[in-house]
Design a protein around this ligand. Structure first.
Ligand SMILES: [Zn+2]
Length: 317
């Protein structure tokens, strides 16, 4: 299952698992009863036939232990082993592997054996943000399902339902910034991040952009989450997403009104109006590239500096 973060891939996989394991309805109806014990166990993540793994918060990726067990019990515990057990419900075993982008080569090789010869009736979902991040050997053994970002309408309904906004108007405004992702909404409404985002936008709007000041602010905010590398990377990812939203917004505002509708009343500062759409596209590309590099474990400090310096060059275009 491939698509951006926060658009419901995991939710969908769990719903499908519920459909398959529900004892109160026929799986072919695709309508789990949500009342039987199996449904309740899936809600509580305690169904013995549903095995779920995801990257642990303090790790940069899925680890071998999760797939094939800890050293002492290697191949006698872990996801691949559990999948081979006889289904407790008499139906099937289902595995959901979230953050499948982060499986290192060693883990992928361990998983490969299971993907090559899956236990009869088993279902294995790999959840990923990019096909390119999967090793070709894994990719060739999977059936690809692409997930699209949520529509603005669906996202604003979800924003309301989850309490991220109090009125329909507010929900629509929040959804408009979020590129179809509820994860992005959560960052957008986060009180701790709000003032930093304002500061960031205030800096990005300067022409020319002061890249040492920008790099310092970004570095400072990233370090504010503690000294562990993984939370820092997560924070930097959020900051890069904010920058992306800034440039996307700027590009929209630079279009003639009839092309984007003037409902938001967003106006570019006069010194930005001379910046062509090429410059905005270059800035968007640069932010996406930085995000990509971050996933490839480049040192965050040098990544921030190079990114800020390039944005400064673009801002002088
Ligand atoms: Zn049920």
């Amino acid at each position: 299952m491939v698509g951006p973060d926060g658009i419901g891939k995991r939710t969908f996989a769990r719903l499908l698992a519920k459909t398959m394991l529900c004892t109160g309805s026929d799986p072919s109806d695709f309508s789990p009863c949500c009342r039987c014990e199996a449904c309740a166990q899936i809600e509580a993540s305690s169904h013995p036939d549903l095995i779920e793994i995801a990257r642990l918060p303090d790790k940069t990726g899925l680890i071998m232990d999760q797939l094939v067990g800890e050293k002492e019990t290697r191949m006698r515990s872990g996801l691949c082993y559990e999948l081979r057990m006889k289904p407790y419900s008499g139906r099937r075993k289902i595995a959901i592997i979230d953050d499948a982008d982060t499986i290192a080569e060693e883990g992928a090789n361990a998983l490969l054996k299971t993907l090559e010869e899956p236990p009869p009736g088993s279902l294995i979902f790999l959840i990923s943000t990019s096909v390119q991040r999967q090793l070709p050997t894994i990719r060739s053994r999977c059936q690809l399902a692409r997930f699209q970002p949520l529509t603005a309408e669906h996202l604003s309904q979800l924003v309301l339902r989850l309490g991220f906004a109090e009125s329909e108007d507010e929900a629509r405004t929040v959804a408009a910034h979020a590129n179809g992702s509820i994860a992005t909404v959560a960052h957008w409404v986060d009180e701790d991040l709000k003032s930093f985002r304002q500061e960031l936008f205030g800096q990005l709007v300067q022409r020319p952009l002061d890249f040492t000041k920008l790099a310092k602010a970004v570095q400072g905010n990233m370090e504010s989450v503690g000294s562990d590398s993984q939370p820092r990377r997560e924070r930097l990812k959020i900051i890069l997403d904010f920058a992306l939203q800034f440039y996307r917004g700027a590009m929209q505002a630079s279009l003639p009104h009839e092309q984007h509708g003037s409902s938001e009343g967003k106006e570019l500062p006069p010194h930005w109006q001379t910046l062509g759409s090429d410059a905005f596209i270059a800035a968007i590309k640069r932010c996406l590239e930085a995000r990509e590099h971050l996933d490839r474990m480049v040192s965050p400090a040098s990544l921030i500096e190079a990114w800020a310096a390039d944005l400064a060059v673009i801002s002088r275009a």
